[in-house]
Structures are given as C-alpha cells and as structure tokens.
Design a protein around this ligand. Sequence first.
Ligand code: PGA
Length: 252
Amino acid sequence: MAALPYIVGNWKMNGTRAMLNEARAIDRSAARFPKVQVGIAPPATLLYRVRDAVEVIGVGGQDCHARDNGAFTGDVSAVMLKDAGADFTIVGHSERREYNRETDEHVKAKAEAALSAGLAVILCVGETEAQRDAGDAEAVVAAQLQGSCPGTDGAADKLSVAYEPVWAIGTGRVPSVADVAAMHKSIRAQLVAIYGSAGADVRILYGGSVKADNASELLAIPDVGGALVGGASLTAESFLAIVGAAASLGAD
Ligand code: PGA
C-alpha cells in the first residue's frame, strides 16, 4: 500500500510563543485530512510547547547533535528532542551544510543518533545552482546519499529523504516537472542500491519554494511522496492550502 503523502513544515529560526496559535490551527485542520501525514519542525525552544498544543500532527527537530550528551555548548541531542516530545528530526538541511559546515559524515552520524533515540529522520539532499548548471545535479545528490544515509539496521523504515535544490529554497524558483521527476527517479535508484527492497518504500519529499499554487503539480510527480515546506509553513493558512492540495490528489 502506498504511504500517505507527508507534508512537513520547517519553521527554521522563526517562531516564539505567539506562533503556538498557528500550530494549533494547523493541527485542528490537519485532523480534517486523515489521508495526509502532517508534521512541523519548530525551533527547539518551542518543541515542548508545540507538542503540548497539538494532537494529530507530528512534531520534530530541525537538527540534532550526533552525541547523546556532553560538552557541546549550544547543541541539542536527539535524545533531548525525543524527551521534549519530538517524533522526528530533519538532518542535513542545506542551510546547516552551508552555514555550519556539516559534511555528509556529520549528517550520517546525526541521522544514526536520531534513529537510535527513536526518532524518524528526514534527510535533506540537493545540488547548488552551479552544480546543476554544470550537469552534475544527479551525481552530487547520489554522492550525498551514499555519504549521509544512515547505516543503522532497519533505517529505511524510519527514513524520508527530502530533495531540496539549494537554488530553489526561499527563492520562489522551482525546477521543472521533468527535472524533479528525473531527480526523484535517480534518488529512488540510489535508495534501492543502499537499502535493497526496503529502499523502494522510503518516502522522497520535494522541498524548495513549495506554495499553494505549485503544490498540486509538484505532488503529482511520480515518486514525490510529499513536501518539505519552509516559508509557506509559517502561517496555518498557507500551509494548509498545501496539505489540502495533497489531500485532493489522494482523493483521485
Ligand atoms: P522554502 O524552504 O519552502 O522557504 O523554499 C524549504 C526548506 O528549506 O525546507
């Protein structure tokens, strides 16, 4: 049976307690769309409060440290995210790869720490514009997957991959349907090469400027199993339009 479409909001470094009302509104409306799996990743400071405020949606972290605890000032471990009520965490987002110099090796260790803490993982990959222009997009993403997919036993069962072209994040630009389709096909082949038949069921999300007006087209592409949404997840209204688009595709 095909997995439910998965729509995840990544709030990034946005949100104070005033945003709890948006989380509640997202949760109430998500309850009307049982055929869509919905999650939000608020900043770590809000995780516990969001967990308490919602009933049906998943709640996640945006990153985790690879170690469970220790002298790592300012970091948050997967064990701590789990303790605060998280169901999942994002790892390897391009903003962390770029601004925090995270390598595939770091991302893999974080994903493995998250799995061993009992969290599901959304692992982000994606090429820069220069890499796409050079014709290297699929090779770059394949190398990221080879280097950062967790090797934990049973990892594929709790893993989603988010394909997020760096040049599409927060820019309003999205790749063509053909380019998304080709990339998701290539990611699927990599996942099967890494995990065997379990790799066939890993959900592959698209992320990068997903909005209400392009969500239906993107979500209808073969092997697009959902969306990782940044800017448009910050208000219940814009995020729910995307959840609604996923629900109406499922109704076909
Ligand atoms: P965006 O961000 O939807 O604002 O482009 C997506 C992401 O970075 O996950």
